[in-house]
Ligand binder design. Sequence first.
Ligand SMILES: *Cc1c(COP(=O)(O)O)cnc(C)c1O
Length: 400
Amino acid sequence: MTTIQGDSVKRIEAFKNQKIETLAIHGGQKPDPITGAVMPPIYLTSTYAQKEPGIPVGEFEYSRTHNPTRRMLEDCIALLEKGTYGFATSSGMNAISLIISLLKQGDEVLCCDDVYGGTYRLFTKIAPDMGLKFTFSDFTKLSQDASSLESLGSSKTKMVWVESPTNPLLKLIDIEAISKVCRRKGWLLVVDNTFMSPVFQSPLELGADIVMHSMTKYMSGHSDIVAGALVTRSQELAEKLYFRQNSMGAMCSPFDAWLVMRSLKTLPVRMKAHQENAMALARWMESDKRFEKVIYPGLESHPQHTLAKKQMHGFGGMISAYVRGDLKKTKSLLSRVKIFTLAESLGGVESLIEHPAIMTHASLPQEVRQQLGIGDNFIRLSVGLENLEDLKADLIQALE
Ligand SMILES: *Cc1c(COP(=O)(O)O)cnc(C)c1O
């Protein structure tokens, strides 16, 4: 089947038996056929020559519609996510907007209650003006009885939105159990896989219809790009998404696409290193009296550690924690770190630390934050690839 993105089924077939470490480096790419350049060129062009009206010289016509560099990235992310059709967008929010453009006025969406702040803002401040209704519930409770998801929906429900682990509380949602209910009800299941990256979790294999990423985070991994991605296996969904990507201009630039492709080559190696540091740091924090509580899916104390082992191939690089003390004590830690940078975002090689209530999750109403447990002494760490002892020492000096 040839869509406006060409025959991605055939292109992807050539890589199908390769493992993720190989796909991250070679997926969707080959040396430039003209020069033999090993690294794919950045096709900085908006338009392409035609032989006669409507007959392009190559496969391409206009770079909003398709661009050779972006296409290589889109094939690569499709392969990493074990899907068929990939889409690279200008940001994670751009990718989410593209997904909700699949909905019509009056449609309803069931959403987990602990989503990225920007996602929550889009779903509560903009989507209602488009006639879409989002309801938020605690999906972690569904792991006992997934069929209770059914009672949350109505005849107007069209989509279920899941982030797992959730941000910033790192709660886990049983994607496979939910996907079975969605399949039965004909609801589309979307999973935001930003926190795990394709290396540690494969939502399409667990039954999701669309997987979404903020590639700004782990996939770029160096805190220097803003980009997003979608992947699906469904040809029907892909055709709709291609049409909307082109119609709405929801794509990333060839330069950003190239940079993400470069970053992806080290994604499997980086994820393993992030996890190794995070696991050790979480264990140490849990044993240290200066922290009241530590949340990390790799710790046995995580209430869903069993689900983590079942559904994920790793535990990731994000840790959340409650500092023993008040807002003043917590703020002092955040202001005194020297190796950790006090900043929003996550997933880069450098360690970041932040205060969700004041920073990333300020767009949540106070009572919602309270209810979720995002309070004064709550912090979130994105553990980078620095030396573990240096990271520990940095937290210790900042806490003293
Ligand atoms: C950052 C983030 C987004 C939004 O992505 P941008 O690239 O910043 O637009 C969506 N979901 C999650 C989980 C994120 O961390």
